[in-house]
Design a protein. Sequence first.
Length: 290
Amino acid sequence: MRTEQEMMALILQVAREDDRIRAVFMNGSRANPKVQKDPYQDYDIVYVVTETGSFLNDRTWLKVFGEPLIVQEPDNNDFGWGINADFSRSYAWLMLFKDGNRMDLTLVTLETLPERYLEDSLTVPLLDKDNCLPEIPPSNDSNYWVKKPQQPQYRGCCNEFWWCLNNVAKGIVRDQLPYTMWMYHVIVRPMLDKMLDWYIGINTDFSVSVGMQGKYYKKYLPPELYQMYARTYSDSNYDNLWDAIFTACRLFRTVAQPVADALGFTYNLEEDTNMLAYLSRMRAVSNAKE
């Protein structure tokens, strides 16, 4: 596996030797000073170019980066699904190489540069041939910090969590596993995750990022809460799923009440207790059918 030094040297060498490339900057975890480095971090690289057409028409220039194991072209995929994609303004290749390195390489034109360069606080300039890169603060993760909720957002999160559990319960009773798992994982769990984000926020003065899909929960949650969170996952066995659901309910109440107290909101305990009673009845129905 090529080292970070080797990869960065190659990325910059390609840029320096190609007159179509006028600047280079980096986003992502490698631009985040708070993230511990490891070999599996992506290289999120942006080349600022005079135009995109020649890069797309002859793609042999990409071979210098290494032998690809698999490549994704998200702009082309979007276009295939009928989503508007203007290849003349930007284009990206997500490349996993056979040596294990991954590089997400995006081309943006000079006209697109300001919006693309300034939108992400995790940005490190690497090369600027024409002084075209605007002045920016040192790279930081402030764009990704947990945001403090307003009361309607908090109330809506609680209601969505408790309300949609009725659909999960009905799915189990009806033995509709795909629907049940979709409702639990796609609709209910994001509300639990949102409340956990806010719980971490009130304990860090809303000054940290929990990472994509809560990947830093283990870092910021007390061990006992993280262990509870781990038990909210389940296999396809309904008894295990019921256990996971009730664990999720206990965890939600455990974190939602202090969030409400810290932000001056009110936790709807009636909603909570009513739904727990309903879920208990539905579990009894489910068990009786087995």
